[in-house]
Design a protein around this ligand. Structure first.
Ligand code: NAP
Length: 279
């Protein structure tokens, strides 16, 4: 197996690359300067030169609020870019794993979303990631679509690091308490992804750390576990006033993982503890 990981400078790409290396699997990580993801010929030329057997596509436009004003660029990277990678994989007979998001759903109701539940993204980023999924499925038969949520890892900025910074600066912080979902530690997701790409069990999967919480509950756990006394004040999404709407219910069912015989990820509190104690 030879794996090409796009977005290796990001949170998830970094840990997938590290996990592959630690298992002695040949891998190449790519950054934006290596090739223009929006140029079909350049994408093919680069991937053809590396000749991987698997491409794990983590590179994406991930600034959810900015995307509301930057739709063209967001779609160019997340839709056209993913389509270009999928076409290159198909030509080279390589497998492709595309990382997607809970934001493909509208978050209505309280039940966990199944992989075949109706999609209905609430924001530009979610729509671009959904259209990226479709482009991959249409262009590369040997593909995995893996939807995850609330990602945190050592390499990059994320909710956990932001809360720790704010807890260090303030006595009180306000955090939304009407969005419920599952935090996901990139190191745990990387283990699953490395197992998955070794198989031919193509299809759509949901994978997050186990258990659910609201962002306010997540923040309280981060503050407590980091040894701060900062008070977490629960507010609504409307009070917070982010530019992009986000789903209130981001619960993702893991039935497809179970059915395919893949192991679920550990509980999110366990993952947070390991992240905070990472040296
Ligand atoms: N973060 C979350 O909570 C979350 C939740 C669900 C799903 N996801 C999905 O999970 C995947 C990984 O997310 P992440 O949090 O690890 O993302 P991230 O830390 O923001 O990293 C994104 C990566 O994409 C690269 N990139 C951006 N624009 C590019 C371009 N035009 N050409 C090539 N590379 C480009 C970035 O490179 P530079 O850093 O050099 O710009 C970076 O390496 C993404 O597909 C994302 O949509 C994330």
């Amino acid at each position: 197996m030879k794996v090409l990981v796009t977005g290796v400078s990001g949170q998830l790409g970094f840990d997938i690359f590290s996990q592959l290396k630690s298992k002695g699997i040949e891998c190449v990580g790519t950054k934006p300067q290596d090739f223009d993801i929006t140029n079909e010929d350049e994408v093919f030329e680069y991937i053809n030169k590396i000749s991987p057997t698997v491409v794990v596509h983590c590179a994406a436009y991930t600034a959810v609020d900015n995307a509301q004003d930057d739709e063209d660029l967001c779609r160019l990277i997340n839709v056209n870019g993913s389509e270009n990678i999928a076409k290159a994989c198909a030509k080279l007979d390589a497998k492709m794993l595309y990382i997607s998001t809970d934001y493909v759903f509208d978050g209505e109701g309280t039940e966990p979303f199944e992989t075949d539940s109706k999609t209905n993204p609430l924001n530009v980023y979610g729509k671009s990631k959904l259209d990226g999924e479709k482009a991959v499925l249409e262009n590369c038969k040997s593909s995995f679509i893996l939807r995850t949520s609330w990602v945190f890892g050592e390499n990059g900025m994320n909710f956990v690091k932001t809360i720790i910074r704010l807890a260090n600066e303030r006595d009180k912080i306000s955090v939304v308490n009407d969005q419920i979902g599952s935090p996901t530690y990139t190191k745990d997701l990387a283990v699953l992804i490395c197992d998955m790409i070794n198989t031919s069990k193509y299809g759509v999967y949901h994978a997050t750390n186990e258990g659910y919480c609201t962002f306010a509950q997540f923040a309280k756990e981060i503050v407590k576990s980091s040894g701060y006394n900062t008070q977490v004040i629960e507010i609504t999404s409307d009070e917070f006033g982010a530019k992009a709407n986000r789903p209130k219910n981001s619960r993702l069912s893991k039935k497809s993982l179970d059915d395919a015989g893949f192991s679920r990820l550990p509980d999110w509190q366990d993952a947070l503890y390991r992240f905070l104690n990472h040296k």
